[in-house]
Ligand binder design. Structure first.
Ligand SMILES: Cc1ncc(COP(=O)(O)O)c(C=O)c1O
Length: 383
């Protein structure tokens, strides 16, 4: 038998397959299921984007290897960053990706030598850790806890770890934690990164989902951040085009270059019609983004209010696409999740994102208000 590489050993086949199987069993038993487990948007992309994509897809000149980003896409990103986050970028400070996952998956390979440490949030989005395993690095988990508003305590990271760490990854609003970072926190993070020469990576995939009048905060808007920080961004959640793969990394060109070199060997770029449609989305999508933000805000309010009416105490998130809810005593996250599926709602157990996620579930706001109301009732019946 030919064995797979040892670096794959820490990668499990994934909780989502297990949930899918259990969901199917319940469906076979006739249970009506509302699936709030996966963060794939149910909302549709803007028509002007799908029209551009379909028209471009008919142009047979656009089927060659793209290799690089078009100039127009880079310009669209620079204008978008300027308009939205008051951040000035040059074209060379934008690296196009086949979705931000592409960059998050490969960055560790571009930066790590065996044994280098990467500091990741716990709970955190799984690719942060998986990419480090594959690259032969080591992980240090920063707990994100409710009492500290889900901001990590940088002072508690041991000096030994700081010395060996090469990168630190965070995400606000994140997945599964829908909290937002304060400007002061970002400032201390930049200071920390500079002091210890640790590359600070901010995953800003949910930058368009901030509620109650809050403004999204790009880490690149923090003074001196360019020396040490880079930021991933994505069109997947903003424009509901998660399947048409495109995203980008922004920051100092020198910091982007290791990943650019690696990618020049690994892939041949994003399909040009997708680049053209994404350019249009970034240039002309502001009204769409505003309307969509209101839709998610309403969903958040509906769901949290419905849960609260049923006696749950759920913290109302400041942003993002998820509700991070503490489960009742007497269950593990996984046990509660199985119970939830039996009651007709698929959620994700918090420990799928790290040990500090135990005691919580993640609920994705990917259904209509009416379905969310129904889901809240079903979850509450488990209490
Ligand atoms: C926090 C976070 N970052 C990055 C991604 C990857 O997004 P994409 O590769 O579609 O840009 C996701 C997708 O769910 C996510 O939740």
């Amino acid at each position: 038998m030919i064995n797979h590489s040892k670096r794959l050993a820490p990668l499990s086949t994934g909780i989502f397959n297990q949930l899918l199987q259990y969901k199917q069993e319940q469906l076979d038993l006739g249970v009506d299921i509302i699936d709030l487990s996966i963060g794939s948007p149910d909302l549709k992309p803007p028509t002007f984007v799908t029209n551009t994509l379909s028209t471009s897809a008919l142009n047979t000149d656009l089927y060659g290897y793209a290799i690089n980003s078009t100039l127009e896409f880079k310009e669209a990103v620079t204008h978008y960053y300027n308009r939205k986050f008051n951040v000035t970028l040059k074209g060379a400070e934008v690296l196009q990706l086949m979705g931000s996952q592409d960059g998050l998956a490969h960055l560790a390979l571009a930066y790590l030598d065996p044994g280098d440490i990467v500091i990741v949030p716990d709970p955190g989005y799984p690719i942060y850790s998986a990419s480090v395993h594959v690259a032969g690095g080591k992980l240090y988990h920063m707990p994100l806890v409710e009492e500290a508003d889900y901001l990590p305590s940088l002072e508690q990271i041991p000096e030994e770890v700081c010395k060996k760490a090469k990168m630190l990854i965070i995400s606000y609003p994140g997945n599964p934690i829908p909290a937002v970072a304060s400007e002061d926190f970002f400032k201390s993070l930049i200071e920390f990164g500079k002091k210890h020469e640790i590359l600070i990576i901010h995953d800003f995939a949910y930058c368009e989902l901030l509620y109650d009048g809050r403004r999204p905060l790009s880490i690149l808007s923090i003074p001196e951040s360019r020396d040490i920080a880079i930021e991933f961004n994505s069109l997947s959640k903003s424009f509901n085009i998660a399947g048409s793969r495109i995203g980008y990394l922004v920051g100092n060109a020198n910091l982007l270059s290791p990943l650019a070199i690696l990618k020049s060997h690994f892939d041949y770029g994003v399909f040009l019609p997708i680049q053209i449609a994404a350019t249009k989305a970034l240039n002309e999508g502001d009204q769409f983004l505003e309307d969509q933000r209101k839709t998610y805000e309403k969903r958040r309010n509906t769901f949290v209010e419905s849960l609260s009416n049923e006696g749950w105490q759920v913290k109302i998130p400041a942003g993002g696409m998820f509700i991070w809810a503490k489960i009742p005593d007497g269950y593990t996250s996984f046990e509660f999740t199985l119970k939830a599926i039996e009651n007709g709602v698929v959620v994700t157990p918090g420990d799928a994102f790290g040990t500090h996620g135990e005691g919580y579930i993640r609920i994705a706001l990917v259904e209509s208000d009416e379905q969310l109301r129904k889901a809240a009732k079903r979850l509450s019946s488990i209490y």
